[in-house]
Design a protein around this ligand. Structure first.
Ligand code: PNS
Length: 163
């Protein structure tokens, strides 16, 4: 059985993330979408909220499950028996960071491979940070996040009842 992990902060999950998760689910028997908890990073959504939103948005994929983890990704991979990480790559600017992360993870867990999957071109501009900024000013984010979580994301991020 092939198992892959799609790791990330997912604060919040975007349509770009979902595209990578769906494509990974077609390539592997099982996929764990892993929400990493980083106490040094201030997130807009709690880990539970992020897990719940991804669960709603991936409900049509029976081979996808969503978990959260507070620790090193390389350690989670060892415990779960996964040898593959899949991460989306939007542009050259993502590459350096993802490349470095993949090398650190391989150093910590030598059996762990990282596959970098190019984003669908229609999501090249999309990031969780952009979603948060647009939403906070009352901008329309319906093309940016899955429809199942649109209201929840807006309710959390829209300032002063705009929108
Ligand atoms: O969505 P992101 O923010 O690009 O994802 C980065 C993430 C969460 C995958 C990365 O920061 C991570 O793996 N964090 C867990 C701690 C860890 O294992 N760090 C790598 C060694 S420094």
């Amino acid at each position: 059985m092939s198992l892959a992990i799609c790791p990330g902060s997912f604060d919040p999950v975007t349509n770009g993330h979902i595209n990578i998760i769906e494509r990974t689910a077609l390539l592997f028997d099982e996929v764990i979408v892993l929400v990493l908890i980083n106490s040094a990073k201030k997130c807009a959504f709690t880990a539970d909220e992020r897990v719940n939103m991804i669960t709603k948005a991936t409900q049509n994929y029976p081979n996808v499950r969503v978990e959260s983890f507070d620790g090193l990704l390389a350690d989670f991979a060892k415990t779960s028996g996964a040898n593959t990480l899949v991460k989306g790559l939007r542009a050259v600017t993502d590459f350096e960071y993802e490349f470095q992360l993949s090398l650190i993870n391989k150093k910590l867990n030598p059996t762990l491979e990282t596959l970098l999957m190019p984003t669908d071109s229609k999501y090249m501009y999309l990031s969780s940070s952009m979603v948060k900024e647009v939403a906070s000013y009352g901008g329309d984010i319906k093309d940016f996040v899955p429809f199942e979580i649109l209201t929840e994301v807006k309710n959390k991020l829209v300032k002063d009842g705009k929108n």
